[in-house]
Design a protein around this ligand. Sequence first.
Ligand SMILES: Nc1nc2c(ncn2[C@@H]2O[C@H](COP(=O)(O)OP(=O)(O)O)[C@@H](O)[C@H]2O)c(=O)[nH]1
Ligand SMILES: [Mg+2]
Length: 813
Amino acid sequence: MDNSNESCSTQLIDGDGTFNVDGLENFIKEVKLRECGLSYAVVSIMGPQSSGKSTLLNHLFGTNFREMDAFRGRSQTTKGIWLAKGAGIEPCTLVMDLEGTDGRERGEDDTAFEKQSALFALAVSDIVLINMWCHDIGREQAANKPLLKTVFQVMMRLFSPRKTTLLFVIRDKTRTPLENLEPVLREDVQKIWDNVPKPQAHKETPLSEFFNVKVVALSSYEEKEEQFKEQVAILRQRFFHSIAPGGLAGDRRGVVPASGFSFSAQQMWKVIKENKDLDLPAHKVMVATVRCEEIAHEKYSSFTENEDWRLIEEAVQSGPVPGFGKKLSSILESCLSGYDSEAVYFEESVRSSKRRQLEEKLLQLIQPAFQSVLEHTGCETLDKFKEAFDKSLNGGERFSVAAHDCTQFYMALFDKGCADAVIEQAKWDTSRAQEKLRRDIDAHVASVRAAKLSELTKAYEEKLKVALSGPVEALFDEANSETWLAIKKLLSRETESAVTEISGALSGFDLDEQSKEKMLAGIKDYARGVVEAKAREEAGAVLSRMKDRFTTLFCHDADSMPRVWTGKEDIRAITKLARSASLKLLSVVAAVRLDDEKDNIEKTLSLALLDTKPATTDRNITTVDPLASSTWKEIPLSKTLISPVQCKSLWRQFKAEKAETEYTVTQAVSAQEANKRNNNWMPPPWAIVALVVLGFNEFMTLLRNPLYLGVIFVGFLLVKALWVQLDISGEFRHGALPGLISLSSKFVPTIMNLLKRLAEEGQVPASNNPHGNPAVASKSFRNGVGTSSGLSSTASNVTSEQEPEYSSPSKQD
Ligand SMILES: Nc1nc2c(ncn2[C@@H]2O[C@H](COP(=O)(O)OP(=O)(O)O)[C@@H](O)[C@H]2O)c(=O)[nH]1
Ligand SMILES: [Mg+2]
């Protein structure tokens, strides 16, 4: 016998009908009822006041319910309902001692409490002991008759009641054997059952449907204590394994699982006290719902506090957790199986629906961690992919192969990671994460491809630029009718080779035909662009180019040797040739001719600009000017570099800067004339003879008088200086009269200037001009006209005089 349990009894419901919740909870904890599941039995006892109920229970179950002191007389000893655990009986047997049910002390008004406690006992117990005096059997006014009536009445109020065993305990049995008493008792019971008003549904229901009726007789405890104890010991044996089939409560139904006992009992009492009918099936569902929810809640809390889960939840913030799926599956599994084992005896439908809810809730709790693992895994995989892809490309792998292989490998790796993270209980879809990674990888590949392609394109563009720029420039330098043909050939050759090379390089990139075509077209366009840009550049500088060309052609002969003007050259023809070559240059750079277009630019230009005679020019302008247009007839605007009007204006500028070109020509002409003069500057021989003969005496006078010689020398120097200063040869170039007028206006200032200069010269120390070079001095006089700093600019003027300046605007006509 378990002595520790013997003293353990608690008042379940007090005399005022208050349910002792805390007492019951403590009791349940002490007797460890929760672990019992369905393996427990509830026994209660009803019967007249002071009929030795407590005495019997204490002897039968080793409990210590309060008994009335035998010497004080019969009075109410037990108030309300008491609960204790039967000592040493398997399975756990809860024993309830009920307050007297004959209402002797409470009076007739208190039948309500009697009925309520009777109904409670019936609803809760598997076995109900009905304590009765032996002498009451067969008596019309038996004390337990109203009790039984009450029991049967309240039984009707339980919808589909559990099958309860009614064990009649006959006290103070007489010599009449039980075999004779039992039929009388059963008859009495049946009579009472028959007379109890029943609801329509149970009109024909036999007593046996609700109750198992058993009868036992005991000797008087007061008079035959030894016999009483012996008989009680035998009766006690029947409570061992009472719930097993064939046991006292072998066919009980609808047991509330032990963990729900407390709640169930409370609810029942609540309903009974409110005088409502007790719907046991509904009650069971209700109890199951509440209990399963409680269990689920408890399991959920224990999950959230689970150390392993907490560690995982934390680890997941910073990176993927290897074995995430397995670990969580196992934690989940243990949590759910904990629920299962606790909720196992509750209503199947309620239990499983609550389990589903618990599982859902737990999975909801886990989901963010799972997502986080997927995200981390995805990020990690993407990083690894990038690294591997880079390495593969640097290792010389073809782009498309590297992309394909790396993608394949790392997607598979991610799939493995997903599989590792997947939780058995959750059918979570990882396809979105997979798609996302796929998109990320594809985007990365695309961006790397774009970068590589642009690198490639740039390299080839650079190459093309180098290959085209120089040669094109050189071709423009020698612009002629074949220039554009040569450029076209060069362009197509270079483009072709670049396209071939690029095509080869592109094959590794797995590009679709369209993109490839686009890239190649881009390269071709670029090459054209380089040529066009070069042409545009040339067009921009065409004026100076034309002048260069003119000068070059004019100053050099057919063998490119500098011309020496001997007087035999046809300057007019040379000038014309040089001009037409300049015009040719203009016509070449006037438009881009990379396609097979034909045009008449050269012809138009030479017709309009070269072969014009002053008279016809005027007429042409008034009638039709072929150059009065901003477009060439055959050339689209986009390919026009210099429009007809621009050509015209350029030619005008070219001609307007005649001073330079013309200067070259004049220089040539004067060089020729000087050459001629050099050859016949001496007077004819007859004049020399006449001079000698006629001037002999003057000559002699001069020789005899050195003073004359000095005067003549000074006079010569003065005249020479004047000649140079006034630029007499230059003034007369435009005719005698304008020359004279110009000279007359300049004569006096020049003389003054000259004198001033001579005076200054005299003050300057002799070291400034140690050699007294008259040529330098004379040059400085010539250039210093009208300026106050003639001497300081001497040096620069000396050099600049030797070559024509084309760009100086001051020399225009
Ligand atoms: N005649 C008789 N009296 C008994 C028996 N058992 C107990 N009593 C006495 O009846 C009185 C009331 O006992 P108790 O167990 O407190 O009765 P309860 O009120 O029904 O619980 C006590 O004085 C007991 O000694 C019995 O078997 N026969
Ligand atoms: Mg009692």
